[in-house]
Design a protein around this ligand. Structure first.
Ligand SMILES: NC(=O)c1ccc[n+]([C@@H]2O[C@H](COP(=O)([O-])OP(=O)(O)OC[C@H]3O[C@@H](n4cnc5c(N)ncnc54)[C@H](OP(=O)(O)O)[C@@H]3O)[C@@H](O)[C@H]2O)c1
Length: 255
């Protein structure tokens, strides 16, 4: 298969990003998957290609919070051609500091902003000139935490704040890039299982509480998110821009 369209998925080696990459590869895109761990990307790429066929995936390793690394990643992507779809999915929940010091709190917030906000800002800025005009699609993966607040044992609120900051940034980009025929949308998932994000903080009790929050009585899956991204990325979604789209089983209503 000749793959003429290019998609870039940050955090494409695991969880939600991997499902998005697999879905877009299945839809005929050549997909560059990004993340810090080269071995994870290689393994994911091989697995996706077993389903989608050879040449579907290009793993590109680098820390997207590091400007110099992002320049290298963007240079590699530029060799692949214009970017039809950019999915800013990389992110993580940073464990809040326990010692109560403001210095530790500041370091933790900066790490959260680096991981969840700067990764998207740097990558998008580096690739902005390479986005297909017209027809490019920019998707930003936020979180229901941005809409409902996220303070608690798993977050000092910095995760919710970093994700919410993506929204205002994305609205400005939508205004800026709309005249070029590029759409910009934010997808805000609720609780999604089968990812690495909760790590050791995951428990049956946590899971039950999250499922109980939904109206449909189940957790989201990476495939749920991939399906929504596939629509937003499609030519059919050309009139959808500048939106925050909740995907949360009804855990957050109407925002
Ligand atoms: N799971 C949920 O319930 C949920 C709900 C709402 C929103 N989200 C959001 O969905 C996105 C994907 O999360 P997930 O649940 O699929 O978790 P995940 O499996 O931990 O995926 C996060 C990905 O981001 C990559 N990443 C993190 N920091 C990076 C950096 N500095 N540079 C490059 N890549 C980086 C990680 O790869 P490396 O570690 O190899 O770099 C990993 O592949 C995140 O933005 C998350 O906030 C998740």
């Amino acid at each position: 298969m000749t793959r003429e369209r290019l998609a870039v998925v940050s955090g494409g080696g695991t969880g939600i990003g991997r499902a998005i990459a697999a879905r877009l590869a299945g839809d005929g895109y050549r997909v560059a998957i990004l993340g810090r761990r080269a071995a994870v990307l290689e393994e994911a790429g091989a697995a996706i290609e077993r389903g989608a066929g050879p040449g579907a995936v290009v793993p590109v390793a680098g820390d997207l919070a590091d400007p110099a690394a992002v320049e290298q990643v963007a240079a590699r992507i530029a060799e692949l051609g214009p970017v039809d779809v950019l999915v800013n999915n990389a992110g993580a929940i940073i464990t809040p500091p326990q010692d109560g010091s403001l210095a530790a709190l500041a370091a933790s917030w900066r790490r959260d902003l680096d991981t969840n906000l700067l990764t998207a800002v740097l990558l998008t800025t580096a690739l902005q000139g390479a986005l297909r005009r017209p027809g490019g699609r920019l998707v930003v993966i936020s979180s229901a935490a941005a809409q409902r607040g996220g303070a608690g044992p798993h977050s000092a609120g910095s995760y919710a704040a970093a994700k919410a900051a993506l929204h205002g940034w994305a609205f400005g980009l939508a205004r800026q890039l709309g005249p070029d025929g590029i759409t910009v949308n934010v997808l805000a998932p609720g609780y999604v299982v089968d990812t690495e994000i909760f790590g050791a903080d995951w428990s049956e009790e946590f899971h039950a509480r999250k499922v109980a929050d939904t109206l449909v009585g189940r957790a989201g899956t990476p495939a749920d998110v991939a399906e929504a991204v596939a629509y937003i990325a499609s030519p059919a979604a050309g009139y959808l821009t500048g939106q925050v789209i909740g995907l949360n089983g009804g855990a957050v209503l109407g925002r």
